[in-house]
Design a protein around this ligand. Structure first.
Ligand code: MOS
Length: 715
């Protein structure tokens, strides 16, 4: 079962429309509709709010504003950000554009939306800081960044290494704001009855979401149930508690009726956090034969003083290549924007765009093949932690990727290959992504009727966790996959680490595997140590009431594997682009990615994850950027018409290869997460291909036509 490319077991439910998402759940009976009205300023305060017209509008049952919102927990920055409270309508202060100023609840969605426009709001606007580049002089060094990692690491003397050269790169790269924008917008259906709250919530984090919601509402946690059975994508934005959940719950409590709130697509831009824009300086020094002597990576990114989110952007430079002199630093510049949040490959995506483009620049200056340069700086020992890099298969990925892609046909000189008006170029980049482990528990039960039920509170956000859970249990119990029922994402199930950081499926799988082993042992013991060929039959005979076992893994801080090894996944991407010599239009022609993430439980779902990641990598190189209006602090292109992401026409056939492996130092199953690995390095492969095609190095992402046009060679 493990290693079988089976189709998703929840697929038929989804295509038949029978997998109900939060907003569609019917469990609570007919629900009222809430619509959020957002602030029209980014900084200042509300001077007047008048809800009388809205309250008198047809169908309206409630208008909540800061004047009548119940008391909630205060906003506090917590190191464990996923369970932080998120009070709404908590005062007259406005600290980001679009911040909810009212919730209007009505019998229909249209009535709620129409009435929300009738709420009269006046503001006193204060000047704010909205432009990262303009305020970069305010950058503050950060001691601690995301995941509790140190903000700065230093070995040897990078300044001296740069001065001694002999070959150096010292360049600045900028990356824009990105937003997760999952297909299913953030939604919550809240049902308050008998003093208990049940929320059907689109979330990646069930237990932390429950804790955050209970704390916000000043409730005991055991009076709150969270259910996220089906989630239509998250990409990081559903790791956190947002306004729709808090407001739906407040309204449901006030009205004693179920209330549901969904964000409009524009509100998904304003009410969930963005990946901070960055300004990154990468310094590389090398010997003429391409050995790195120095590697420096400084990052300045947007943040918000009250709720900092500091991506671990420069950490990619800590473990990817050997070099004696090293320095990584993180700085933040506080702006008056929505607090940042995790977005697809937080840290690795912008960090590798910069580092792996800089490595390409170094290869060019050295006159060394980019693949060869990376092979020469490969290492089995983490250069900063001093422990082995387990499952490090970067060299295998480099060689296999080069072979499959036909890298030997790369134009050696930039801008040297033409096909009519198209300039053709090849590019490549390496990838690294940290493998995480969160404390996770799962249970498996053989019910009196013989049903085998696996449970964990980790949601499947569209990645394949339902299927992987079934496969792992089936294998461990010696049953067919169809014999296993998987129930996920209720806070009444054993606590998992959630679906984030690429670790949801991997962590859950290991906990399930252990639960199944424990169950087998229990049944074997009850049978007097006689192993049975009919596990379910034996269980039913010996345990007429049913039999259950749990399995758990500890968080990485308690796991010696995470002290004795530097846990990562690896990969490479190779891209061919064509650039129109007249217009600068970039067309991706083909892409090959080779990745190593330990054992692959399901090659079909894993490949789908990797391909999706690679497409988001292309997006970071060529398409995606959210622009802040520096006058108002609002998103200029806050909708999917103008926030450009790749569509089918942008993406040709992609080859995504996973080197199947067994990483014995990762966990019992030898598996690691794949969710965000594909997004790592792929953007730089495309950016390096654009350079190879045109001879133009764009260091300000994304690479748009306007940035290429002035430098294009004569047609
Ligand atoms: Mo991921 S951006 O940690 O959901």
């Amino acid at each position: 079962m493990i290693g079988a490319a089976i189709s998703r077991i929840d697929g038929p439910l989804k295509v038949a429309g029978r997998a109900a998402y939060s907003y569609e759940r019917q469990d609570a009976g007919p629900a009222l509709y809430g619509f959020i009205r957002g602030a029209a300023i980014a900084k200042g305060r509300i001077t007047l709010i008048d809800a009388r017209d809205a309250e008198a509008a047809p169908g309206v049952t409630l208008v909540l504003t800061h004047l009548n919102a119940p008391p909630q927990a205060p906003l506090v920055a917590k190191p464990t950000i996923f369970d932080r409270p998120n009070p709404q309508l908590a005062g007259d202060g406005i600290s980001y554009y679009g911040q909810p100023v009212a919730l209007v609840v009505a019998e229909t969605f249209e009535q709620a939306r129409a009435a929300a426009a009738l709420v009269r709001v006046e503001y006193e606007r204060e000047p704010g800081a909205y432009d990262l580049a303009a305020h970069a002089d305010r950058a503050e060094p950060q001691e601690t960044i995301s995941l509790g990692l140190p903000g700065e690491t230093r070995f040897g003397d990078i300044d001296r290494a740069m001065a001694e050269g002999p070959v150096t790169v010292d360049e600045t790269y900028t990356t824009p704001y990105h937003l997760s924008q999952p297909m299913e917008p953030h939604a919550c259906l809240a049902d308050w009855r008998d003093g208990r709250l049940t929320v059907y919530l689109s979330t990646q984090m069930v237990a932390p979401g429950r804790a955050a919601l209970a704390e916000t509402l000043l409730l005991d946690e055991d009076r709150v149930t969270v259910d996220a059975a089906y989630v239509g994508g998250g990409f990081g934005s559903k790791l956190y508690l947002h306004a729709e959940a808090v407001l739906a719950a407040l309204a449901a409590r006030a009205l004693g009726r179920p209330v549901k709130v969904v964000l409009t697509r524009r509100q998904v831009f304003t009410l969930t956090g963005q990946r901070p824009a960055t300004i990154q300086r990468v310094r590389l020094s090398a010997t003429p034969d391409g050995r790195l002597t120095g590697l420096g990576h400084d990052v300045n990114m947007q943040s918000v003083a009250t709720l900092p989110w500091i991506e671990q952007t420069a950490t990619v430079s800590r473990s990817l290549y050997a070099a004696p002199n090293r320095l990584t630093r993180h700085y933040t510049t506080d702006l008056d924007l929505t607090p940042g949040e995790a977005v697809r490959g937080p840290g690795e995506l912008p960090g590798l765009l910069a580092l792996e483009t800089a490595m390409d620049e170094l290869a060019h200056r050295l006159g060394i093949d980019p693949v060869e340069l990376r092979l020469r700086n490969d290492t089995d020992i983490d250069p900063e932690l001093g422990v082995p890099l387990n499952g490090r298969r970067l060299a295998d990925c480099l060689r296999e990727g080069a072979r499959r892609f036909g890298w030997e046909r790369r134009p050696a000189e930039p801008a040297s290959r033409r096909e009519g008006s198209w300039l053709i170029g090849y590019g490549m980049a390496s990838a690294i992504r940290a493998h995480f482990q969160g404390a996770t528990e799962a249970s498996v039960r053989i019910a009196p009727d013989g049903r085998v039920v696996v449970r964990s509170d980790t949601p499947d956000i569209g990645t394949g966790t339902y299927t992987i859970a079934a496969q792992v249990a089936a294998e461990a119990l010696g049953l067919p996959v169809e014999a296993v029922t998987v129930e996920l994402a209720s806070s009444t199930y054993p606590k998992g680490g959630g679906a984030g950081g690429s670790y949801g499926a991997a962590n859950t799988a290991v906990a399930i595997h252990r639960a199944c082993r424990a169950l087998r042992e229990r049944i074997a013991q009850a049978a007097g140590g006689v192993p049975s060929n009919d596990l379910v039959g034996t269980a039913r005979r010996l345990f007429p009431e049913g039999v259950e076992a749990t399995g758990a893994i500890v968080g990485q801080a308690e796991d010696p594997n995470f002290r004795n090894y530097s846990q990562n996944t690896y990969g490479t991407s190779f891209a061919e682009v064509a650039v129109d010599v007249h217009t600068g239009e970039v067309r991706l022609r083909r892409m090959t990615g080779v990745f190593a993430a330990g054992r692959i439980v399901n090659p079909k779902t894993a490949r789908s994850q990797i391909m999706g990641g690679m497409i988001w990598g292309v997006s970071s190189a060529l398409h995606e950027a959210a622009h802040v209006d520096p006058r108002y602090g609002s998103w200029v292109n806050g909708d999917l018409a103008e926030y450009v992401v790749p569509v089918h026409a942008d993406i040709p056939e992609i080859e995504a290869i996973l080197l199947d492996d067994h990483d014995e130092h990762a966990n019992d199953l030898g598996m690691k997460g794949v969710g965000e690995l594909g997004v790592c390095g792929t953007g730089a492969a495309v950016s390096n291909a654009v350079f190879n095609a045109t001879g133009i190095r764009v260091r300000d992402f994304p690479i748009t036509l306007a940035k290429l046009l002035p430098g294009l060679p004569a047609p």
